[in-house]
Design a protein around this ligand. Structure first.
Ligand code: FE2
Ligand code: FE2
Length: 155
């Protein structure tokens, strides 16, 4: 992130989206022979997405639901998260080279693309207009992210 002090919640989320997009591209560029690399990138994607959706669901979405008064949009986002989590669990339970492994990563990438597009083009502009304090929210989200990371290191 650019600054240690003022983190805008939406910038934080967009930054995550871009990181994951890069990882999907890296995965896509690998040949069938680089199984270890495929596995490590797929696991990183799953890990990043799990943390991202958790922070959105715990902190960002509840505040946004209150602020933008568009419960259909928020409900759809939650259903899309649930779909992603299902695919993530399947991918983590498999290894590269198994049937449908690459297809599952590709479909996850497509679903995330769609979801990110809805967040960035529909949800986030509505949030910006709502006057929600995105700096305070960003601080809270960054703190939570660091807590999750610390808990993982301690485990
Ligand atoms: Fe997101
Ligand atoms: Fe999301």
């Amino acid at each position: 992130m650019k600054s240690q002090h003022k983190v805008d919640a939406i910038d934080l989320l967009i930054n995550d989206h871009q990181e994951v997009k890069k990882l999907f591209k890296e995965f896509d560029a690998l040949t069938d022979r680089s199984k270890a690399k495929k596995k490590s990138i797929a696991e990183k994607i799953c890990h990043e997405l799990t943390m991202h959706t958790q922070i959105e669901e715990e902190i960002f979405y509840p505040k946004v639901r209150e602020a933008i008064k568009d419960s259909d949009l928020m409900d759809e986002a939650l259903v899309e998260h649930a779909g992603a989590k299902d695919l993530i669990a399947q991918i983590l339970g498999m290894s590269p080279g198994e049937d449908l492994y690459d297809a599952k990563v590709t479909v996850l990438s497509e679903q995330i693309d769609h979801h990110v597009k809805e967040e960035e083009e529909d949800m986030f502009p509505k949030v910006r207009k709502s006057g929600l304090d995105l700096i305070a929210l960003g601080e809270q989200m960054l703190k939570r992210k660091n807590e999750i990371k610390e808990a993982e290191l301690a485990a």
